[in-house]
Design a protein around this ligand. Structure first.
Ligand SMILES: Nc1ncnc2c1ncn2[C@@H]1O[C@H](COP(=O)(O)OP(=O)(O)OP(=O)(O)O)[C@@H](O)[C@H]1O
Ligand SMILES: [Mg+2]
Length: 481
């Protein structure tokens, strides 16, 4: 076997040396240069099997070189490394045909693995050439923490695919924003993006909401109505709060995903589904599965590519950039421009952020609206954080909270989420079911599926329990721990 030659371009001498040693040890021939012109000369002379290039170089951007290299050497594998670790860099690198994007600093073992993988792959037909993302375009996602960079890399890899994605993360971590980025930078970007929130639709209307209904399919169906699947045709369907999907709808959705077609409520002709599914939840689905509240088979269908959005407190290094970003937006919306002094910024980094990025966003907007001084100090932050955590809706400090307090807090949030209107009808039953289901499921779990003992524990008539298990579609596993 002939030895592969790797061309390395980076204006940092130290990095060139380190890469050269590591790749040399792995058995490759390595040539290094500090500028794009030399790299270009080597490539056009037909040298090298793989290129590793930095983005910022004295003469030309490594990113701009990619399409030119691909044009004359379509088979050349290109790995881009960059310290400009934004979503845009990752997306651009992939869009222009890079095999992999590595945010600096990276692990040398990882680099060697990527090189091996790139060289072992069959020669690719060349990446898609698409319209460039405008240089000055506002990035949808802010933050350069390692956790966010990992997410950008995943997003970049998913760009040319239709793979189903499951986004998990606490409330306010940016799940919807990521779902939109998947769509906006993906191959379906010219199609519609349709979001549907499973927690907000009365359970008896979910099927018609998703799949549509025919005229007269049920009382009140005065005309044929399109479902979300149909609206999202050719685009992306975002199933938000998928953990709140009622069991019957889960079964129905699973069938649609398996068969690739659906029928409207009251309709007979199957319709081919042409949507890319992105799902999200703040809940722990594996726990819901154990409790019998979420179908395991549906979970595996949806969890093809899992993306976990870390809570803000796990990426405090992003806080400063996010805070400035939100202050800029506030001033663009007409509020007076504001800045934070270093102590104030420090205080923000130490906060726990139970409401994550959304909480930070709201705080910045509040600061811009309420305070007259242009540079805000730590006292202001202390004041605002203190008043925010004592508000009844704040989910902080739930220790020692009673069930009824928790329910009240939840309902308060729920009502305030519909500030401009009322929640959809059927609230009473919906809420009672939410409580009944874990109550019954956990009791059954602790009696190892023994329904007679569960009925005793609950103080329910056995037939009543059996009926409720059926109605709530709770799966009873005998002997289950
Ligand atoms: N990385 C980020 N950069 C910039 N803005 C962000 C980022 N993450 C979240 N946001 C902003 O924070 C707010 C909350 O984000 P989003 O609605 O996507 O969260 P979510 O995870 O869907 O929350 P929930 O579970 O409550 O629905 C939005 O206004 C969003 O624009
Ligand atoms: Mg959301």
């Amino acid at each position: 076997m002939t030895t592969s030659t790797i061309l390395v371009a980076d204006d940092d001498h130290g990095i060139r040396t380190v890469l050269s040693q590591a790749l040399g040890r792995a058995g490759y021939d390595v040539r290094t240069t500090g500028n794009a012109a030399t790299l270009w000369r080597w490539v056009s002379d037909g040298e090298g099997d793989l290129v590793i290039t930095d983005v910022v170089m004295p003469d030309e951007s490594g990113l701009d070189l990619i399409p030119r290299i691909k044009k004359i050497r379509p088979d050349m594998r290109i790995i881009v490394m960059s310290a400009q670790n934004t979503l845009l860099t990752a997306v651009k690198a992939t869009e222009r045909g890079a095999f992999e994007y590595l945010p600096k600093p990276f692990d040398l073992t990882e680099l060697v693995n990527v090189v091996k993988r790139a060289l072992s792959l069959p020669k690719s037909p060349g990446a898609r050439t698409t319209t460039e993302v405008a240089e000055e375009e506002r990035l949808p996602l802010i933050g350069r923490s390692p956790a966010m960079q990992e997410i950008y890399r995943t997003l970049a890899r998913l760009m040319n695919t239709d793979l189903t994605v499951m986004i998990n993360g606490e409330s306010g971590t940016g799940k919807e924003l990521v779902a939109r980025a998947l769509h906006d930078y993906g191959k379906r970007r010219n199609g519609p993006f349709v979001a549907v929130n499973m927690a907000a639709i009365p359970r008896e209307l979910i099927e018609s909401e998703l799949f549509g209904h025919e005229k007269g399919a049920f009382t009140g169906a005065h005309a044929r109505a399109q479902g979300r699947f149909e609206q999202a045709e050719g685009g992306t369907l975002f199933l938000d709060e998928i953990g709140d999907m009622p069991p019957e709808a889960q079964t129905r959705l699973l069938r649609v995903l398996q068969e690739g077609e659906y029928t409207t409520v009251g309709g007979r002709t199957p319709i081919r589904a042409n949507v890319r599914i992105v799902a999200a939840t703040h809940r722990d689905l594996s726990q819901l599965i154990r409790q019998g509240l979420f179908r395991e088979d549906l979970f595996y269908r949806l969890n093809v590519v899992p993306i976990r959005l870390p809570p803000l407190r796990e990426r405090a290094e992003d806080i400063a950039e996010l805070a400035s970003h939100f202050l800029t937006i506030a001033s663009e919306e007409g509020l007076p421009p504001k800045a934070l002094d270093p102590a104030a910024m420090d205080r923000l980094k130490r906060h726990r952020w139970p409401g994550n990025v959304r909480e930070l966003e709201n705080l910045m907007r509040r600061l811009a609206a309420l305070y007259s001084q242009e540079v805000l100090g730590v006292e202001v932050i202390e004041l605002e954080l203190a008043s925010a955590t004592s508000a009844p809706a704040a989910p902080a400090g739930t220790d020692g909270e009673g069930l009824s307090d928790m329910v009240e807090r939840h309902l308060r949030d729920y009502f305030s989420a519909h500030a401009d209107g009322l929640p959809p009808p059927g609230l009473y039953d919906r809420i009672l079911r939410e409580i009944e289901r874990p109550l019954l499921a956990l009791t059954l779990e602790s009696t190892r599926g023994n329904q007679i003992r569960a009925a005793q524990v609950l103080g329910l008539n056995r037939n009543t329990l059996r009926k409720k298990i059926r109605d709530l579609d709770i799966s009873v596993v005998r002997g289950m721990k």
